[in-house]
Ligand binder design. Structure first.
Ligand code: GLN
Length: 484
């Protein structure tokens, strides 16, 4: 069920929030041993929140999210609920406060059903870098769900929750959404508060919805977007009603297709599906320009892998075994304790990022790497600015391939990094982008990415909605839905 379908039933008293919550918990019981999307199931809390939501519903006092189960990625702080970042470092960390997004959902009477698995500290593209366990793709259990918000996307696709929150630093909402055939939106940088989101790379991180359709995505944005005085990069722009833009009329919209996103080595079926989808957008009334060029695109991956690790190494310095989180106890001295805490607390990918970032910021290398990456970042942003003088949106594949086999890219970090080539540039420029289902190759999902100018979430939601309504890919469900 979608949020809007469930809301209709709840409002008309055909369903109670307790019933809906129990149905999700039952579903978790049925499929979770195979999908493994949840780090924590908050059954008791969920049922308590559902009872409260039913009271709100009885008073007629509701928002579209009241009484509806949501799964939160495990890098967003939840008061009194373990928040692990899928790391040994935070395996027993219970935050004393809620992230702003969680607070906002709670204010709407949402039902928090649990915390979603992820790549450790959101570093990865397959959820295999979780220090706890790997998550499986509901469309093919031998394949990855994408990452780092793989738990969030897999759980939505497998019916374990009605919707989820993810975070996106270089593609972590959109790539898993594409891999699991669900809808995922990375908002404009600053649109959604990062307060209470465990920081990975602060100039790139954004929280956003992972849902079953575009309407749900708009409904969640209505609830979580907006200015937050507790977050210094939070944007003051007023929040529109994102459902108002959902029409199937694309006449007058100009869409550009940047050729650099159809990268060498891209899977043919993916390219074909996206080209067919683009034809559909044209049929729906959009004016499509197929030969747009963003020549700095090939540098985005290198820029990202300088800037993100540099910020990560600064952000992760707080895990020293003293302030909170894991602490190595049998040490000989303070320095030994700090060293061993990090040695045992962090996984290999996190250590790799810390080393890359430390290197890039060292005296003598700073100008050659970090400063240069920042300059190229500016060029990439300017290139997008120029493109958006001519186009309202840009359309690309979300990923160059369909979901890959588990283990396939685990020993080759660069191959893993390459699965985000189409999504990374968008974070570098701080733009909003959505991934929606755009077909299948041999039963494996293909995602289409729609990119907008800053704060034009309405435009990309509109294009996404028109396409979704015309194609109905979002209504397909994985086979495991039937074979329980
Ligand atoms: N896969 C990318 C990385 O490993 C992006 C992750 C993310 O968006 N959090 O950094």
């Amino acid at each position: 069920m979608t949020i809007h379908e469930a809301h209709g039933l709840l409002k008309d008293k055909q369903l109670s929030s307790v019933e809906l919550t129990k149905a999700c918990l039952e579903r978790i019981g049925e499929v979770e041993t195979r999908v493994r999307a949840l780090v924590t199931v908050t059954e008791e809390l969920a049922l308590k929140q559902a009872e409260k939501a039913d009271e709100l519903l009885a008073d007629g006092n509701t928002s579209p999210l009241t009484g509806i189960p949501v799964l939160i990625k495990d890098n967003m702080c939840t008061k009194g609920i373990r928040t692990t970042c899928s790391s040994k470092m935070l395996a027993n960390f219970v935050p004393p406060y809620d992230a702003t997004v969680v607070e906002k959902l709670n204010d709407c009477g949402a039902v928090v059903i649990g915390k979603a698995n992820m790549d450790e500290f959101a570093m990865g593209s397959s959820t295999e870098h979780s220090a706890l366990f790997a998550t499986h793709n509901p469309w093919d259990l031998s394949r990855v769900p994408g990452g780092s918000s793989g738990g969030s996307a897999a759980a939505v696709a497998a019916g374990e929750t009605i919707y989820a929150l993810g975070s996106d630093t270089g593609g972590s909402i959109r790539q898993p959404a594409g891999f699991c055939s669900v809808t995922g939106l990375k908002p404009t940088y600053g649109r959604v508060s990062r307060y209470g989101l465990v920081a990975f790379a602060s100039s790139l991180d954004q929280i956003g919805p992972i849902t079953r359709d575009v309407t749900d995505c708009a409904l969640v944005m209505n609830a979580i977007a907006g200015y937050d005085p507790r977050e210094s990069t939070s944007a003051p722009q007023p929040v529109p009603d994102y459902t108002q833009c959902l029409t199937t009329e694309l006449k007058g919209l100009r869409i550009g297709i940047p050729k650099e996103y159809f990268v060498e080595g891209m899977q043919v079926e993916v390219e074909t599906a996206i080209r067919v989808a683009i034809n559909k957008l044209e049929e729906l009334g959009a004016k499509v320009e197929r030969e747009v060029s963003l020549p700095h695109t090939p540098h985005a991956l290198a820029v990202y892998y300088i800037i993100a690790p540099s910020e990560a190494m600064a952000n992760l310095a707080r895990y020293d075994g003293v302030k909170y989180g894991f602490s190595y106890r049998e040490a000989e001295s303070m320095w030994d304790a700090m060293e061993k805490t990090r040695q045992y607390g962090f996984g290999d990918e996190v250590k790799r990022r810390i080393m890359l970032g430390t290197y890039a910021l060292s005296a003598g290398y700073y100008d050659a790497y970090y400063l240069k990456a920042q300059k190229v970042r500016t060029l990439i942003r300017q290139e997008f600015d120029r493109a958006f003088e001519k186009y309202d949106a840009l359309v690309t594949p979300t990923s160059p391939t369909v979901p890959f086999k588990m283990g396939e890219k685990l020993d080759d970090p660069v191959q893993m990094y390459l699965s985000d080539v189409c999504t990374l540039p968008i974070n570098i420029a701080g733009l909003p982008a959505i991934s929606i289902p755009a077909g299948f190759a041999d039963g494996l999902p293909i995602g289409m990415q729609i990119i907008g100018k800053p704060f034009s979430e309405e435009t990309i939601l509109k294009i996404a909605y028109a396409y979704e309504q015309a194609m109905e890919w979002h209504k397909r469900r994985p086979l495991m839905y039937n074979k329980v």
